[in-house]
Design a protein around this ligand. Structure first.
Ligand code: ADP
Ligand code: ZN
Ligand code: ZN
Length: 729
């Protein structure tokens, strides 16, 4: 049998293709040009194989080898192959999702240069700028104080800098150069560093002690315990050994503060990788990772697939955050993928959080992970005091109780900042008919419409359709439609009437729809231009807001009665994280929860015993119901225009699923309708598969998928498998 090159084309074509090994130097991980149906196309060499089923007469030669060396290093290639199997996703499609567009398009990696801007030292001057060009003036003044700045620094300091900078360039006041990047030891300025406290030092030592080989460590540190400082110290050690560090964060816009700290230490050797990059910037960062130029790369989940030359450490910050899970196409979890990568690269990985996920805590309690704790806030800051406001029988004005309003007033008197957390954006969650009790619902979804006062429209948060406010109730024709429940807009309005002199800022996805707006707002908060912040989830992630001393979760109850098996875990994390924004400066902070369930054991334990106690109780509950982490799940999701299409498909799948289950440890649950059965005009349903170990499921589901693909019905519905789903809906 001839040996062949097994090649995958980053596309939706689900199979490998075999070609003649007509080039000597070709290695797995290189890009090649191959003929496919007589057209040249780009593929990635996956392996050399002996066992082709293509007859030798039909094997075609490769047209061209594009790279001199692999652009996907061996460990990364193995990782992608593992993902293909584990997530039941064809390798070609894995490549399509994980490789940047220009890498797929066979663009050559740019040389090791970056664009840098600086002021031209000539006799032109700022006086030639029109007075009203304030942005240009500000940029020019700022640039004048620095030698060379690159994009990341500009992003950190200025919103929308491209247009004014271009104008300055055109006027000859600023020049752009491509500067060669060479690896050199980082300049560490001692003034920028804190002395680690004992807990931090112990954590650093413990991780470094296990740094030559795979190890997984949970850094379980309360909010404000200085986890970032531990990361920085570790990075410094690893970089000194000329190895690279990957730092994953849930969302880049939210951690510009952290990026700034890394930059202060490592300068331009820190690269940022997230969705805001242009295609050519992505390609460049890919190149910097591959040739070892980038020492530290901080990125969101897509950075998990960068091709590091000498990766020495992976850090996953806020490991519990659900944005690590990709919710469409390749439904991977960046934390889990990174742990696998650390194994394949044989390096340590650090998972940091103040509220670790139950999965990670479970692993940490076994000998698989190390469990390090930072129990204290740094610099003597105290943990915030938690308090419950029992709102039963109380009149809530726009969702706010009298005692809460008094507490806010007291903080404002002392010129401290207040954060009100609301789960829902919009004005009021629902429109209710006071006459007949009807609730206005979206015609395309099983969901209630949300009233947005600013645009005076009803909005569906699930399919995003907007509708005019009806004059009358569609059921009883009365005119008694009223918004009930609370949303961010309504709280904002109420707060403004209660505290007309206070400076109020609302931060939710409606308010920060423009790029850069969030950091602008954060800056306002930092510079104390804001007294009261009304916000949703966006604000809960990792911010350090020293003047904030009172945070309030306006309505905790929504989270207490959700049907999802992870709901209680999420609520506990939310309360601790929102609370964790409070009292991080010198003044002690307070966290207030408004609830109709003051005796609820979850709240009670969280407040009196803390997250560690609550999470171990939640783990016990999970064990009793045999849910993850005590078992593994894979969910088959189905949607179709007609309900009967779903039913027919799922019945067929169930029949095959049951026949395949023999001699496996897989449990097949009966098909069920999704909690929101109708969404954006589709009927949705699902079927759950459960097994003690992931490996039981991986094998079984692969066989089941092969079977499903032979069913003609599989073309009439949309279906996919979600491995380790975050929500079983
Ligand atoms: P976490 O991420 O654990 O919530 P941060 O890393 O944001 O906490 O740290 C909180 C604050 O304490 C930051 O402003 C940080 O710069 C500061 N800090 C961290 N370590 C020390 C230290 N050893 N001494 C003094 N300040 C520190
Ligand atoms: Zn809808
Ligand atoms: Zn009515």
């Amino acid at each position: 049998m001839p040996s062949v090159l097994r090649i995958a084309i980053p596309s939706l074509l689900p199979t490998y293709l075999d070609y003649l090994p007509n080039w000597q130097k070709v290695q797995p991980g290189m890009r090649v040009k191959i003929p496919l149906r007589n057209k040249p196309c780009i593929g990635i060499v996956i392996s050399k194989a002996q066992d082709t089923c293509v007859p030798s007469a039909k094997l075609k030669p490769i047209i061209q080898v594009i790279d001199d060396a692999a652009i996907i290093p061996p460990a990364l290639l193995l990782l992608l192959q593992w993902m293909s199997q584990y997530y039941h996703y064809p390798m070609s499609a894995v490549l399509r999702v994980t490789l940047p567009r220009l890498v797929r398009a066979a663009k050559s990696l740019p040389p090791d240069t970056v664009e840098m801007w600086r002021v031209r030292r000539n006799n032109l001057s700022a006086t030639e700028l029109p007075k009203q060009a304030t942005k240009q003036h500000a940029l020019l003044e700022w640039l004048g104080k620095l030698e060379d700045v690159d994009k990341t620094l500009l992003d950190m300091e200025f919103k929308n800098w491209r247009t004014p900078l271009k104008a300055l360039e055109n006027k000859g006041l600023v020049e752009c150069r491509r500067v060669q990047i060479k690896i050199q030891a980082p300049k560490v300025s001692p003034t920028l560093r804190y002395r680690l406290n004992d807990e931090q030092q112990h954590a650093v030592d413990a991780i470094l002690a296990a740094a030559d080989g795979f190890s997984c460590t949970l850094l379980d540190g309360v909010t404000g315990s200085g986890k970032t400082e531990v990361y920085l110290e570790l990075c410094e050690h690893i970089v000194k050994q000329r190895k690279q560090v990957l730092v994953l964060v849930p969302e880049i816009a939210l951690i510009m503060q952290t990026v700034a700290r890394f930059r202060a230490l490592f300068g331009q050797w820190v690269q940022v990788f997230n969705s805001s990059l242009t295609d050519s910037e992505r390609l460049r960062t890919w190149g910097f990772a591959l040739d070892g130029t980038a020492q530290v790369i901080i990125g969101t989940r897509s950075a998990s697939f960068l091709p590091f030359k000498r990766l020495g450490l992976i850090i996953v910050d806020e490991e519990h955050d659900k944005s690590y899970k990709q919710l469409e196409s390749l439904r991977y979890h960046a934390r889990d993928v990174s742990i696998k990568r650390a194994q394949l690269e044989n390096i340590p990985i650090l998972l940091g959080s103040a509220t670790p996920s139950l999965e990670t805590l479970h692993n940490a309690s076994s000998t698989r992970y190390k469990h390090l704790r930072l129990m204290h806030r740094v610099g003597g800051a105290r943990m915030p005091q938690f308090r419950i406001i029992d709102v039963r029988g109380q009149w809530l004005d726009g969702g706010l109780s009298k005692s809460l309003v008094r507490m806010i007033a007291a903080r404002l008197d002392k010129q401290e900042q207040v954060l009100l957390f609301v789960n829902r954006r919009g004005y009021a969650p629902i429109m209710l008919c006071r006459q007949c009790g009807a609730v206005l619902e979206c015609p395309h979804c099983d969901a209630r419409l949300v009233y947005h006062k600013l645009i005076n429209k009803l909005v569906c948060h699930h399919c995003h359709s907007k509708m005019a406010l009806p004059q009358q109730c569609p059921e009883c024709q009365s005119q008694k439609l009223e918004p009930i429940g609370i949303g961010t807009q309504q709280i904002e309005e109420k707060i403004r009437t209660f505290f007309p002199d206070a400076r109020v800022l609302r931060i939710d996805t409606d308010a920060v729809h423009r790029k850069g707006m969030l950091s602008e707002y954060l800056e306002q908060i930092h510079s104390r231009q804001v007294d009261i912040i009304v916000g949703t989830q966006i604000l809960t992630k990792g911010h350090h807001l020293p003047a904030l001393t009172l945070t309030c979760i306006v309505d905790v109850d929504q989270g207490l009665f959700s049907v999802d098996f992870r709901a209680t875990e999420r609520l506990a994390q939310l309360i601790i994280q929102v609370g964790g924004r409070s009292g991080r400066g010198d003044i002690g902070g307070e966290v207030v929860l408004q609830t109709h369930q003051p005796q609820h054991p979850l709240l009670h334990n969280l407040l009196h015993k803390g997250y560690a106690t609550v999470s171990s109780q939640l783990l016990k509950e999970r064990q009793q119901i045999e849910m993850p982490p005590y078992s593994r799940l894979t969910l088959l999701r189905v949607k179709a225009r007609r309900l009967d299409q779903n039913i027919a498909f799922l019945q067929a799948v169930e029949k095959h699923a049951k026949s395949l289950v023999r001699n496996t440890r897989v449990r097949v649950h009966p098909p069920i309708a999704a909690i929101m059965e109708k969404k954006a005009g589709y009927y949705r349903a699902g079927m759950l598969f459960q097994a003690p170990q992931a490996s039981d499921l991986t094998r079984y589901i692969a066989i089941l998928i092969a079977k499903i693909e032979t069913l003609s019905m599989s073309k009439t519905v949309n279906w996919h498998f979600d491995v380790d789903p975050l929500e079983v809906d």
